[in-house]
Design a protein around this ligand. Structure first.
Ligand code: ADE
Ligand code: ZN
Length: 339
């Protein structure tokens, strides 16, 4: 296959997205529309002006803008519009299943009711399951720069929707806030039957990834820095704990100097179950297929390797066994038809 054929193959490849922050999918046009709807002034008057602000020196510089973007989300309909826009865009990339992050503290700590946020998102999930035909589930993130007590408060607020939450996670500024800061919180989440996912090893060291594993994380979000600890990589490979890599995000946040420095290929070679994801696609100007294509180019990924990565996205997903097999079968049929 030529590189053009491989990129076309990526476009049609059935896939799941497992690491995407709903707040980070807000496109500049929607941000400006919602600001107008909610009678707010933003420092940018046009989508182009806003796009021009999308230059980041590290995770914190991005989070500062990300939180400004969160301010325009106020009413239930705003959350519906946000989620629906992402789900339509993802379906165009042949994402058939998406497990999506939302950090309610971004809203509840300014007085927006948790129900306003969750109901808007859930309604979009229901409509998107019918049309455009994408299944979605919600992962709730506690922000790691807040105290553990605030995470416990969040957990209580989320209990009415407990049966609809795919996992509880941890996000936000990493360095100085290791996973072990939330040891009691994650123990309680697991006691209550929640799956746990933890952002670790994006900017933080390999020891943060090890802590996340020790806390029983079902998946590690990013996990890049595990590459600095060969014994840790072996453990992750043996346990088959999935890593949700976000290559374009890493480049935009200067976690890596070039795409070639992303540890994807090395991790694949060592048998780690890696997946490719977009993280905050609007701010990083790259949806999931852009991420696949950037990796295809940087690592000369073959058709078989691309299929393996798409398969990983479903084997790492929190799906029933029936649904998992159904999606894997769709990859097989697609691959057989695209010689
Ligand atoms: N929240 C949104 N994007 C994030 C990222 N890349 N790392 C940590 N927390 C986040
Ligand atoms: Zn993330």
């Amino acid at each position: 296959m030529t590189v053009h054929e491989l990129d076309a193959f990526i476009d049609g490849l059935p896939k799941a997205e497992l690491h995407m922050h709903l707040e980070g999918s807000i496109e500049p046009e929607l941000m400006l529309d919602l600001a107008r709807r909610n009678g707010m002034n933003l420092p940018w008057l046009t989508a182009d002006e806003l796009r021009a602000a999308y230059h980041f020196s590290n995770l914190q510089s991005f989070l500062d803008l990300f939180w400004t973007g969160c301010r325009v989300l106020v009413q239930e309909q705003d959350f519906y519009d946000l989620a629906m826009a992402y789900l339509r865009r993802a379906r165009a990339d042949n994402v058939l299943h998406a497990e999506l992050f939302l950090a309610p503290q971004n809203f509840t700590l300014r007085g927006i009711a948790a129900g306003t946020v969750i109901r808007g998102v859930k309604r979009a999930f229901e409509d998107a399951a019918r049309e455009p035909g994408i299944s979605a589930s919600l992962m709730i993130i506690a922000q790691r720069h807040h105290p553990e007590a605030a995470a416990f408060e969040l957990l209580e607020q989320m209990m009415p929707w407990a049966h609809e939450i795919a996992a509880i996670g941890m996000g936000g500024p990493e360095v100085g806030h290791p996973p072990s800061k939330f040891t009691n919180f994650f123990r309680e989440c697991r006691t209550r039957g929640f799956r746990v996912v933890i952002h670790a090893g994006e900017e933080g060291p390999a020891s943060y990834v090890r802590e996340a594993l020790d806390l029983g994380a079902d998946r590690i979000d990013h996990g890049n820095s595990c590459i600095d600890d060969p014994a840790l990589v072996r453990t992750i490979a043996e346990q088959q704990t999935p890593l949700t890599l976000c290559p374009i995000s890493n480049l935009r946040l200067k976690v890596i100097p070039t795409m070639e420095a992303q540890p994807l290929r090395k991790l694949m070679e060592q048998g780690v179950r890696v997946t490719i994801n977009s993280d905050d696609p609007s701010y990083f100007t790259g949806y999931i297929n852009d991420n696949f294509k950037a990796c295809r180019e940087a690592f000369a990924l073959t058709k078989a390797e691309l299929i393996g990565l798409a398969r990983n996205s479903f084997t790492a997903a929190f799906l029933s066994e029936d649904n998992r097999q159904r999606y894997l079968g769709m990859i097989d049929s697609y691959a057989a038809g695209a010689q």
